[in-house]
Design a protein around this ligand. Structure first.
Ligand code: RB5
Length: 149
């Protein structure tokens, strides 16, 4: 992983440990990292952290976001409520690459209880390295935007 993207991270308690590992890896790779928390392993509600990360991405304060909870499901449901956010729950590197290339996903959701740290790091690498292909995919993403309420 190497790059200089502005990446904002958030989690709940069930994603806290994995978030810490991914934040460290992203910083070491040279990305500009913002960790909205939690900063201690205490019980919190995932929609609160999904909101902070989603707003940072939607408002252009970050290029990409990463959200980690137990399964990644609650984070992805929450993040996709925000206009301008296209959150993808990814279990494989291929999904992460395709989510960027075809869907222009701007938030990656991961589940600490689902994906081990090595795989999660590889998924993050793939997500940060890939770019949107545009073309016919841009037409479709424009339709997603047009359907936002
Ligand atoms: C927390 O126990 C858990 O429900 C949460 O992290 C997440 O998996 C929800 O989707």
């Amino acid at each position: 992983m190497s790059g200089n993207r502005r990446v904002v991270f958030g989690s709940d308690h069930a994603g806290f440990a994995l978030k810490g590992e991914l934040v460290k890896a992203a910083r070491e790779a040279g990305h500009q990292v913002d960790d909205v928390g939690p900063l201690q392993d205490v019980s919190v509600d995932y929609p609160d952290y999904a909101r902070m990360v989603s707003e940072a991405v939607a408002q252009g304060r970050a290029d990409l976001g990463v959200l980690v909870c137990g399964t990644g499901i609650g984070m992805s449901i929450s993040a996709n409520k925000f206009k301008g956010v296209r959150a993808a729950l990814c279990r494989t590197e291929l999904e992460a690459r395709m989510a960027r290339a075809h869907n222009d996903a701007n938030v990656l959701c991961l589940g600490q209880r689902i994906s081990g740290p090595g795989l999660a790091r590889a998924i993050l690498d793939a997500f940060l390295a890939a770019g949107f292909e545009g073309g016919r995919h841009a037409t479709r993403v424009d339709k997603i935007r047009a359907q936002e309420r």
